[in-house]
Ligand binder design. Sequence first.
Ligand code: GTR
Length: 434
Amino acid sequence: MNNSITNKSFLFLTAIFVIACVLCDYKSFAQARRSNSDESKVPPYTLPDPLKMPDGKEVTTKEEWNTIQRPYIYHLYEENQFGRYPLKHPPLRYRVLETASNALQGSATRKQVRIYLHPTDTTIYTDLLMYLPNKIKRPVPIFLGYNFGGNQIIYSDTAILITKNWVLTAEKGSVNNKATDSSRDSSASQWQVEEIISHGFAVATAYYGDLEPDHSEGWKTGIRTTLKDVLNIQPMEWSAMGAWAYGLSRIMDYLQKDTDINGAKVALMGHSRLGKAALWAGASDPRFALIISNESGEGGAALSKRWYGETVKIITDVFPHWFVTKYKTYGDSTSALPIDAHMLLSLIAPRPLYVASAEGDTWSDPKGEFLSAKEAGRVYSLFGERGIDIDSMPPLNHAVGDYVHYHIRGGQHDVTSYDWQQYLQFAEEKWRVL
Ligand code: GTR
């Protein structure tokens, strides 16, 4: 009798436990598919500690970070999110297509340079557009960033070559996924070319679609296929983000060679998906001396384990090609992810890092970007550099931090003149250029 009661209670409690587990899992499963924009509904989450070594010991010196922990975290990123970053690459080959010293009403020199990515095939290349300030003694520091629709979109200069590659349907002036004349200048407000030049910096851009077209079949015609033998890497061993980041390194090879450019002062800026690629390039290639993430959001600067804005599930469903397939397996349970955005940002330490959000861009989770930037500061302190000292989000339009900087401005998902003013000031301060 007593035994049967015990058995019944045991069965009952087990059933309750199983139902609770199913409901719990269902809850996180359902959550992953939806996006949340209500701060009061963010459930508790635990971040992996970037300073805890695989053997459980705490990292206390920059030597331990550089030799043990950084390679370990970097490898976790290769394995779980972006794929292998090819270390092999063909020797630099390029052709200066044209230069003009009277651009921007005489204040800048325009250069367009074709950088070949394959050792022999001259159809595989990316075109770099550069403006260099005429009044500044060379070599000059430079801002580099990818654009979304071809170099012609960044400025109203009809000499800029229009890309012949596939472009997104959403890009202005895109007809049957080809850029047309009406796409010229369509992204000028996001580039502020004249402002950058007037501050004494050069600016360079390339079209990310030169490396891989941004759609799920893009890998078939992009460098993940065309360079697979040259780089000794199979297309699925890396990702579109990996290919875009790799392209930035090849552009960097060129910038190191160009005697007009100060190769030690190359700032890498990326907006949105191109911000994710910029962070991965910055983590992978130490030659990028300053990194800017403009609203890079999920898969970039925003914490994935925080249920707010875009989720791993949503991003990997909509953009399966951006990351390795393993990243998708965390879609239903981000708690299993061994990494999070603060660790990606930590890989940039001790180089100056700027993370920026916009109030109206809830999809990118501004608070998740702030928290990861703040958390990355712990690694900067190993190098004696200060990150962000405050604990809660700063007011709008108020930059905070030192080696890790952060701001949230009013407005929507975009790059604005306010953003550029902060980036210019940050580079001027950190590089003491003016
Ligand atoms: C969105 C995507 C974001 C962000 C953005 C962009 O559709 O969900 O992660 O990258 O695109 O690149 O504009």
